[in-house]
Structure formats: C-alpha cells, structure tokens
Design a protein around this ligand. Structure first.
Ligand code: CAA
Length: 259
C-alpha cells in the first residue's frame, strides 16, 4: 500500500534515497500513521542494496512541529501506555544506514527529537529548534531530555526544555546540535550532497562506524573502545577493505561493493 503521509524518492543521488514527511497543512505533525509509515520505509530502505544513505526532510516551512497534539489531547495515561507510540521510534533507532536530516522551518518537540535520531543534520537559515512540550503541560517524551542534553550540554538543554524557547539555526550550530547551516534554497541539496559523500564510502564500514559512534552514547569508554576494536577487526573480513587499501596503493578510486 502507498504511504499517505510520506513520499519516498529513490536514487536522488547514486545510492541515496530521500524520505519526505508530507502532512504540510499540519506542519508535518507526527501522528501514529506517519510514524508507522516512516518506520516501514526505513526498514525497506535499510534492506535495499541500492541504498547506502538516507535523507529525511520535511518541507521549507516545517521539518515537523512535533507529535500530533490533536491525536494526544484526550488520551489518558493508560491510553498512552497501551498505544506505546514510541515503540516505532525504537525500531527507527535500529536503522543501520546513516540518516541525514534536512531541516528547514520548525523542528519542534517530537520533530526535534526525530531530527536528533538522525545521524547528521543540515539546516536552512530559517530552521527553528525547540522542545515546547512544557507549554502544553507535559515534557519531551521521545528523547528530548536525553539526546538534546548530550548534544548541547545541560545549560542550554535545561533552558529549552523548561522554557520551551526556540533556538535559531546559528545557535544550534554553535551549540553542536547540527552539522551545518545553508541558505534555505539549498538545504535539501546540501543534505543530499552530504549523503552522497557517505554513500561513496564502503557500505559495511559506514554501518559499523555508525554503530560504534552511537555506542559512545550509552557505554563506558573502555567498553566503547572494545566495541570499536571488534568492528575494526571485523571489517578486515570484507572485500571492500581489500579493495580500499589496494586502491590507495594503486592511486585510484576504490570501487566498493558492500561486501
Ligand atoms: N500537532 C497537531 N497539529 C499541529 C501541530 C502539532 N504538533 N503543530 C501545528 N499543527 C497544526 C495547527 O493546529 C494548524 O492546524 P489548523 O490550521 O487546523 O488549526 C496547522 O498545523 C498550522 O499551524 P499554526 O496555524 O499554529 O501555524 P503557525 O505558523 O501560526 O505556528 C507553530 C507554527 C509555532 C509551530 C505552532 O503550530 C505550534 O506551536 N505548534 C505546536 C508545537 C508543539 O508544541 N510541539 C510539541 C508537540 S508535543 C510532542 O512533540 C511530544 C513529544 O515529545 C513526542
């Protein structure tokens, strides 16, 4: 069945797929159906040999303005528990291929949290980031207190989470939340270009390197180093390691096959 709230664009650059959130009238508010469609699309692309990196965007006005408030407003705690809306997020987190967020306009609440689930973030000058849940009488529920704090540190995270203040793209760049800021007309193009650079690398090495970097967030230094070393050694079982090192010695561009 065709998804209703996302659009999948294949091969926007060699080995790069692009998923666009597409509920423009609602500023891409993340309802349950949209998140389910996104989870399914990422699973498919993660298993597709023709895809090596994924770009996730909204539109110029909004990446996503958060979880769908209208869908949550009347729910009880037990409804929320039973719906378990964040289990889709747990699956998305398991995506092995890198995801590059292309953000313009609002990235708020669940939108900011979804963006932080991505591996790199290219933002337009008009991007605004925030965790405004506090203004709704709640708090972030999809990683906002954890990933934001790890990315920007306690001082700014606390201010954003407790006051709901939005920060600009320049502030986000300075705080280390995002990778780069570009003029609005270029945000998608730049994200695709960055994804293309990653997609030109050895796919197995990319997946294992992503896994190892993410490990740094939830383990000790010793365990993280041990994990890194195992992945490093494991890559010597790949044909791409032989090809990459041979190509270096022959002064040519490697032809990586993902094996
Ligand atoms: N959920 C549902 N609908 C939303 C929405 C959301 N998060 N954000 C925007 N919309 C809808 C609006 O209700 C409006 O719909 P109608 O035309 O039917 O009224 C439409 O999108 C356009 O929005 P606005 O008219 O409000 O546009 P604006 O330009 O005046 O303001 C905005 C933009 C500042 C982003 C404002 O829409 C806003 O504050 N949105 C809510 C942001 C928010 O609080 N996000 C957190 C949600 S909770 C959460 O995400 C929990 C979590 O941790 C997972």
């Amino acid at each position: 069945m065709q998804p209703e709230f996302i659009i999948i664009h294949q091969q926007v650059a060699p080995y790069v797929a692009h998923i666009q959130l597409n509920r423009p009238k609602e500023l891409n508010a993340l309802n349950l159906q949209l998140m389910g469609e996104l989870r399914d699309a990422l699973k498919l692309l993660d298993a597709d040999d023709q895809v090596r990196a994924i770009v996730l965007s909204g539109n110029e006005k909004a990446f996503a303005a958060g979880a769908d408030i209208k869908q949550m407003a009347e729910k009880s705690a037990i409804d929320m528990f039973n719906t378990d809306q964040f289990s889709t997020w747990d699956t998305i987190k398991k995506t092995k291929k890198p995801i590059i967020a292309a953000v313009s306009g609002f990235a708020l609440g669940g939108g900011c949290e979804l963006m932080m689930l991505c591996d790199m973030i290219v933002a337009s000058e008009t991007a605004r980031f925030g965790q405004p849940e506090i203004k709704l009488g709640v708090m972030p529920g999809a990683g906002g207190t954890q990933r934001l704090t790890r990315a920007v540190g306690k001082a700014l995270a606390m201010e954003m989470v407790l006051t709901g203040r939005f920060i600009t793209a320049q502030e986000a760049l300075q705080a280390g939340l995002i990778n780069r800021v570009v003029p609005v007309e270029l945000f998608l193009q730049e994200a695709i270009k960055l994804a293309g650079e990653v997609a030109a690398m050895a796919p197995l090495a990319v997946k294992m390197a992503k896994e190892a970097v993410l490990k740094a967030f939830d383990t000790t230094l010793d365990e993280g180093l041990h994990f890194e070393r195992k992945n490093f050694y494991l890559l010597f079982a790949s044909a791409d390691q032989k090809e990459g090192m041979q190509a270096f010695m022959e002064k040519r561009t490697p032809d990586f096959k993902g094996q």
